[in-house]
Every structure is written in C-alpha cells, then in structure tokens.
Design a binder for this molecule. Structure first.
Ligand SMILES: Cc1cc2nc3c(=O)[nH]c(=O)nc-3n(C[C@H](O)[C@H](O)[C@H](O)COP(=O)(O)OP(=O)(O)OC[C@H]3O[C@@H](n4cnc5c(N)ncnc54)[C@H](O)[C@@H]3O)c2cc1C
Length: 484
C-alpha cells in the first residue's frame, strides 16, 4: 500500500463539469481535466484492503489496488500495464462505466469510495500521450482465421485478444462505422468518437481487419463465413427494442430512442440526414419514457437540440435517496441518481404509466395521456383521478431491449436460444460447434464493461477450441470466478 493514511488525509475529488449553459451548446464531452498531482492524491486514498472487494465488483476483475498504488508512486507506466492486462479499452470504461467497483470499494461502507474510474481514465489518457499504447502484434501467427460478427465492445475486445493469440481476425459490421453502441448509441457528450478511432488505429496496426457495411446473413452470406473461417464469434448486440403498445403509438412523433440517438451521432460525424427522416427536438415538448441510461441520453440530446421542455417518466417507484437497505454494500446500490443530462434541465416523474398518445387530424403527435400508479407486491394499479393530458410533440421510447435480431443470422444458423431469446451458450459456445457468442447478444441488454469482459472470456474459449491451450488472460485463470 502506498500511503496508509491517504484516505484519512484526503477527500474524494472529481473533476468539474463545464457549466450547463456552456455544455448544452454542443455535443462534446464536458468533463474537465484534473492535474496529475490530484489524481495521485486520489490514488493514495486506496486502502489496499486485505480482501479488495473492488476486484470482484469489477466485471473485468481489474487489479485496482495495484494500479492505484503505482499511480500514487508516480509509476504511471506500470499502472498502465496492470490496467491493460485486464481491460482492453479503459478509455471507454473510464468515461461511461457506472463503476460497480466503486460501489464495492471498502471505503464506501462509511466514506466516499476511492475515485477508481477517474484514476482509470487518467492512466489510459496518459498512456496514449506518452506513446505506451502500442499495437499488440503477435510473434507467431497460428494460420487460423476467426470471424467476429458485430463490432461493439464485445466483438472488439474478443478481436484484440484473439489477434494477440496469433489468429487472423476479421470483424464484420453492418453499419458504416465500427463501434456498435459506443459509436451509434452513446452520445458524443459522454464518449467522443475520436476515442474509438484512436483505438481502431492501434487494432488495425496490430493486424485486425475490419469490414463495414456487411451484414452477415444478408449481404454477406453466412455460408461463406462458416466455410472461410475456423471459428465464428457472434457479438451482434441486443437490438430489438421493447415497445409501448398504447393507443396512438403509430402517430408521427413517437420514436424508439435509438432512432433518435443514432441520428444525432451520425450528424455529429458529418453524415447528412434526409430532411423528411430527421428527428429533431428543437422547440418541442419532449417526453422520454424510461428512466435508464438510454432515456437519460435522450434527455441530454433533446436539451442540446433546443427542446422547449423535457419530461422523463418511469413506471417504477422512485428509488430511495442515499441508502437502500435492499442493496447493502458491496452490492451496486439501487438509489436515486441524477445524471449530468438530467441536471441540464428535465423534469422527472416516477410511478407513471403512459395511457395513450394523442394526435391531431394529420396524424401528428400533440399530447400524451398519463396516469399515476401505485405498486403493491410487484404489481401496480392506477390511481383514480390522476389521469392527465400533457402537450407532447415528440416521444422517445427508452424502455429497454428485448433480445437480438433473430431474423437473418441467428435464424439461419438455427442455434438454440434461451428463454429470453438471447443466444444460448455453454462456456460461450453456442449449440453449433465452432460458433461462439458474447456480449448483449448472449447475456441480454447490459453494460460496456460486461461486453468487454464477455469478449475476453469468449476469446479464450475460442483460442482453446482452435489451439487446445491458451495463454490469454481471463477471469478463468485469475482468482475471480467465472459465471457463464
Ligand atoms: C443509448 C444507450 C446508452 C448506453 N449507455 C451506456 C453507458 O453509459 N455505460 C454502459 O456501460 N453501457 C451503456 N449502454 C449499454 C452498452 O452500450 C451495451 O451493453 C454494449 O454496447 C453491448 O456491446 P455488444 O458488443 O454486445 O453490442 P453492440 O454494442 O450492440 O454492438 C453490436 C454490433 O453488431 C452489429 N451487428 C449485428 N448483427 C450483425 C450482423 N449480422 N452482421 C454484421 N454486424 C452485425 C451491430 O450493427 C452493432 O454494431 C448503453 C446502451 C444504449 C442503447
């Protein structure tokens, strides 16, 4: 441990955000930087606990006390090596991870947790600045070929790992650009896309091939992939959104959240959106249905586009402030959180049900009927007399994703699905030999950190399948247990 009294001497400190009035003028990241000395001080707060719960709190099993110690001792290069040994993309998780590691930090029992995510982000940014992030070119090639279908964090992590094991990896992506939801879902103000491009440059230099605008099972024949490659990884994400099937659902102005978010990401990247297809919140009364991350991203994007008002509603009950006895430490606490987007000026309501969308005579959304509900034993009933109609010109449905797209690739493969219609696997292998699955396509809608972890674990299983043994790092060969 670097400094035994660090956590007693120094308080948790995070970088400031640009003021709301400034940051909503564009779609850029707004978290300000913090000095190296301050980050080292934050690292000194790590207690290097005998049993570091942050290790198991992190789905990647990051060796957090070890890199904290190196940062505190000003040995950033060593910190980078430790971090990179378990996490292929700390530049993503260091910005957008909900940081379950911090929730399980021992300090968090009665103090503020070590600022692990901040430290992680600063390690990787420094590593890029100093030129420590180098392509991991294998010394020997195995002459085995692997196709990775889907270029989100799961596919990219698997591609990195498999390439470093010597296999020739090709990533197929149906969109114009690589990155999955990192590219097209998560807004620039949380994750600027130049960060993805910077990482892709390193991956290309390491020998990974990327093929865009190719949907396997559609304009890229599945048989060709199965014949040409020794193993296949399915990492196509969970892309079928849950709907809100109420009266007026088909009115103009009611959209799935991803259609809106994708467009703004494309606009930021310089793509032209056809006028008749553009979904824009300027001067509109916006309703966001769903209180999660996706909903919050719709709020921030609507505000940046100049919405007149933004209301975010959630069916579930408002979580408690500060502490929830149902999720004690070291679990991730189910408590009230306010995202940076919500801070920017939206109203929020909980225990609210959407009854109907109301349109004008041209089929354009102009209002929404809502009703308050009361929860009891897992079911709810409407509160009499609470029904109301509000003006609403644009509504975004951000109520989660059901399962991967089955049409095409998955149906053509004829592989087994689980009860939620995600791809069923045993140790990441599907019911078809040589075909593996990872990320949201396998586990259902989740988080970037889980997708990276799944990509790494699946890569090890593919390496074992192709080579009979594997030296790839994974949770399997660390002390952290693996759940398949
Ligand atoms: C709006 C939004 C915001 C989010 N914010 C956060 C956040 O802040 N923090 C966080 O941790 N998580 C967040 N998430 C969740 C996170 O983005 C996902 O869990 C993660 O991206 C899943 O990674 P994946 O690689 O499994 O799939 P994806 O990222 O979905 O990538 C799958 C890719 O596969 C491609 N594909 C599918 N089928 C084919 C095919 N047949 N051929 C070729 N390509 C194909 C798709 O086009 C896509 O690019 C968010 C999700 C959304 C929707």
């Amino acid at each position: 441990m670097g400094k035994p009294t660090g956590f007693l001497e120094c308080k948790r400190e995070l970088p400031a955000y640009s003021p709301v009035v400034v940051r909503i003028k564009d779609h850029k990241e707004f978290v300000q930087s913090i000095s190296k000395i301050k980050v080292e001080k934050q690292a000194s707060r790590c207690m290097d606990c005998g049993v570091p719960f942050c290790h198991s709190g992190c789905p990647l099993g990051n060796n957090i006390p070890d890199f904290n110690d190196m940062v505190y001792k000003d040995n950033w290069k060593a910190a980078y090596k430790i971090l990179a040994s378990t996490n292929n993309f700390p530049e993503f998780t260091g910005r957008i991870c909900p940081a379950p590691c911090e929730a399980s930090c021992v300090l968090a029992i009665n103090k503020e947790a070590t600022a692990i995510e901040l430290i992680e982000k600063n390690i990787i940014e420094r590593a890029y600045q100093e030129g420590w992030v180098k392509p991991n070119i294998p010394l020997l090639r195995s002459n085995k070929k692997v196709a990775v279908i889907g270029s989100g964090p799961a596919g990219l992590a698997a591609a990195s790992q498999l390439n470093s094991a010597g296999h020739q990896v090709t990533v197929f992506e149906r969109s114009n650009r690589i990155g999955g939801l990192l590219r097209y879902g998560i807004p620039d103000f949380k994750l600027e896309k130049a960060l993805i491009d910077r990482r892709l440059e390193v991956m290309r230099a390491a020998g990974i091939q990327f093929k865009t605008k190719l949907e396997v099972g559609k304009n890229m024949p599945l048989d060709r992939v199965l014949n040409d490659y020794d193993a296949v990884l399915l990492s196509g994400g969970s892309t079928i959104p849950r709907d809100v099937e109420v009266k007026g659902r088909n009115l103009k102005g009611v959209h799935f959240a991803m259609d809106f978010l994708r467009q703004q990401n494309e606009r930021n990247a310089g793509d032209r959106i056809k006028k008749e297809e553009a979904i824009l919140a300027k001067d509109k009364h916006v309703l966001v249905i769903g209180g999660g991350d996706t909903g919050s991203d719709c709020v921030g994007t609507s505000i940046r586009q100049g919405a007149q008002s933004v209301l975010q509603i959630e069916l579930l009950i408002q979580p408690p402030n500060g502490f929830n006895p149902a999720t004690p430490w070291p679990q991730y606490p189910a408590i009230l959180r306010t995202s940076s987007s919500q801070e920017e000026g939206c109203e929020r309501e909980w225990s609210v049900l959407t009854k109907a969308f109301v349109g004008d005579d041209k089929g354009q959304l102009k209002g929404v009927k809502l009703v308050d509900i009361e929860w009891e034993n897992g079911s709810f009933k409407e509160i009499e007399g609470s029904e109301r109609e509000l003006p609403c010109d644009l509504a975004f449905l951000a109520v989660g994703f059901l399962h991967p797209q089955l049409d095409g690739l998955i149906n053509d493969l004829g592989i087994d699905l689980d009860e939620r219609k995600n791809v069923k696997t045993k140790k990441y292998q599907t019911s078809k030999a040589g075909v593996f699955a990872a990320g949201d396509m396998r586990r259902g809608q989740s988080l970037v950190v889980h997708a990276i972890s799944e990509g790494r674990e699946a890569a090890r299983k593919i390496d074992l399948y192709l080579s009979g043994s594997s030296v790839l790092e994974s949770k399997e060969n660390s002390l952290i247990s693996v759940v398949d």
